[in-house]
Design a protein around this ligand. Structure first.
Ligand SMILES: [Fe+2]
Ligand SMILES: [Fe+2]
Length: 219
């Protein structure tokens, strides 16, 4: 994992948090079961192509809401993992809209089944198994306050980590340059959470710059 100087997103009087350190934990008491399962999630994600995005989603959950319930951090760390289980839905990048309701509903609802199932096997508290489902189901479109928070950390962490992934889609011929830019814009502009929105916009601008640079380098 990388260490870089934290970026500040708000002014001196702003309540907008700065960029968190990787794997940062807040100064508050966290349960032993949370810390154990968090470590197991990092192990579980070790071979997952998008693990940095999920890792940062957990970091940003605690940056945006330092008092967030433990299950929300767990949900953030795992919100996309249905993609790690073969047989899931697939978005056709060339023809489907990024906000395609059919695909995103199938994706989010499948994760909302996969995650509690995995947590059950790990011996997570029973209350977490039901509590993680709704914010995970809402991580693409938001909805409830917890869903909006999940959507914000999904957007911010995706834009922070995935300009290279999105550029790779173009280089592999999976979608056009413009369609790839639309993905970054959708992730940046969809955010409903108030403080998250400001950060997501800044991350979107940086991701678009990184994406354009990567495209230029490929000629
Ligand atoms: Fe997702
Ligand atoms: Fe995500």
């Amino acid at each position: 994992m990388q260490a870089s100087p934290a970026r500040a997103y708000g002014g001196p009087d702003s309540t907008t948090p700065d960029e968190p350190a990787w794997l940062a934990l807040p100064e508050r008491e966290l349960s032993a079961v949370f810390l154990t399962i968090r470590e197991r999630i990092y192990d579980f994600l070790e071979d997952y192509y998008d693990r940095e995005h999920l890792t940062r989603a957990g970091d940003w959950m605690l940056a945006l809401e330092p008092q967030a319930d433990e299950y929300l951090v767990i949900a953030a760390l795992m919100h996309d993992v249905e993609r790690k289980v073969p047989g899931g839905p697939a978005l056709r990048k060339t023809q489907d809209a990024w906000d395609d309701v059919t695909y995103n509903t199938a994706h989010t609802h499948r994760s909302a089944v996969v995650v509690p199932t995995w947590l059950l096997v790990q011996g997570a508290p029973a209350s977490w198994l039901t509590a993680v489902a709704q914010p995970i189901r809402e991580h693409e479109f938001g909805g409830s306050p917890e869903g909006d928070l999940m959507q914000a950390v999904d957007s911010i962490s995706f834009l922070e980590t995935n300009a290279t992934l999105v550029a790779r889609w173009v280089l592999r011929g999976e979608c056009s340059e413009e369609k790839a830019r639309q993905k970054l814009r959708w992730m940046g502009e969809r955010v409903r959470h108030e403080r998250g929105r400001e950060i997501a916009r800044a991350c979107m601008e940086r991701a678009l710059e990184d994406f354009d640079r990567l495209m230029d380098e490929q000629g």
